[in-house]
Ligand binder design. Structure first.
Ligand SMILES: [Zn+2]
Length: 337
């Protein structure tokens, strides 16, 4: 029988991951195209190493239109000093660099959604090649993974840090300890509606401690949510024993997303009129939005109702909706994870 050879990744790093001190460089992915026959996708990265200790992998720009993470990580790569580190920190502010450069959720090269492309392929699309490099090179180096997200252009969130409910309760509890240390205003036991192909799932299946965020949205970042990201990254590194210092404790409200009843989806196209705002407490069956048909006047709106009581945690951002769009997410207030 022929043994199938696993093709190496076409991505090369311009830094040595084992070098002591601060290294700024790139992940370079050859990408031949009309304006650069022997061109490359250049993904900026920083590696900070100081002796032996755990490795933290910090990422933003998994989706290209979410900004708190890239702000926090460009800031951290600029400000972190090797003497503050007790191990290794790998900082990648724009994982899906082509999407980040275009300000779009998915890659303009291949329409690839990086967070639905894992485990990726070394001989696939540009997005699949990036996923494959994280899957086979970067995730195996890491003990702790923090992947920043926000709502992007189409969603807006109450600012929260989150981890997933896992079969391995020890792994789950340690991840929730890092969520608590991150110190966002809200902390979430998160349910994914579409977990296949996610970076989260890839990291968790390798037994890594995985923490994520949703810190705002609308395709921009505010001052308050950027500060939450900057402070949260440092708090998490300290709690994970990758950085010296004391965690600056912050008050947080824990939220649970127990099942699919947290989500309300549009079945019609039209103009959305919200009947509650993010952070409002809602009852089960409460009208949360109206969708006005816009093709003619004189028609009644379609009313959408929540399916459980809780805190209005995320909403559709643009003023027009399409059938199938997620309109509202309601999460349940709980005492602790
Ligand atoms: Zn995202």
């Amino acid at each position: 029988m022929l043994q199938q050879m696993v093709r190496p990744s076409p991505i090369s790093a311009t830094v040595d991951f084992d070098a002591e001190g601060m290294s700024h460089g790139f992940l370079r992915l050859p990408y031949s195209r009309d304006d650069a026959a022997w061109g490359s996708v250049m993904i900026p990265l920083t590696v900070v190493r100081n002796g032996e200790g755990p490795t933290a992998l910090l990422t933003g720009g998994n989706h290209g239109d979410e900004y708190e993470g890239p702000i926090a990580l460009f800031d951290l790569a600029h400000s972190l000093r090797p003497e503050e580190v007790t191990g290794r920190v790998i900082i990648i502010p724009a994982m899906n660099q082509p999407a980040f450069g275009a300000g779009t959720r998915t890659s303009p090269i291949d329409r690839g959604n990086l967070n639905r492309s894992f485990p990726g392929r070394p001989d696939g699309t540009v997005t699949e090649k990036i996923a494959d490099y994280f899957q086979r090179v970067l995730l195996p180096m890491a003990d702790v993974v923090l992947d920043f997200h926000s709502g992007g252009k189409t969603l807006d969130f109450l600012p929260f840090c989150a981890a997933h409910v896992l079969a391995d309760k020890m792994q789950q509890d340690r991840a929730f300890d890092l969520v608590r240390a991150f110190g966002a205003p809200y902390s979430v036991k998160m349910l994914e509606i579409d977990a296949v192909g996610m970076y989260d799932t890839a990291a968790e299946e390798m037994g890594k401690l995985f923490v994520t965020t949703e810190l705002g949205g609308g395709g921009t970042a505010g001052a308050r949510t950027a500060d939450i990201a900057i402070r949260g990254a440092r708090n998490l590194l300290i709690a994970a024993k990758v950085m010296r210092g004391e965690v600056a404790p912050q008050p947080t409200q824990w939220l649970d997303m127990p099942d699919a009843d947290c989500f309300t989806f549009a079945e019609d196209a039209g103009l959305i009129q919200f009947l509650a705002d993010l952070g409002d407490r809602v009852e089960a069956g409460q009208p949360i939005a109206r969708i006005w048909p816009t093709g003619r006047t004189g028609l009644a709106p379609r009313e959408l109702h929540t399916r459980r009581a809780g805190l209005f945690t995320a909403r559709h951002f643009p003023g027009l909706v399409k059938p199938g769009d997620c309109v509202a997410v309601v999460a349940v207030e709980i005492a602790e994870a």
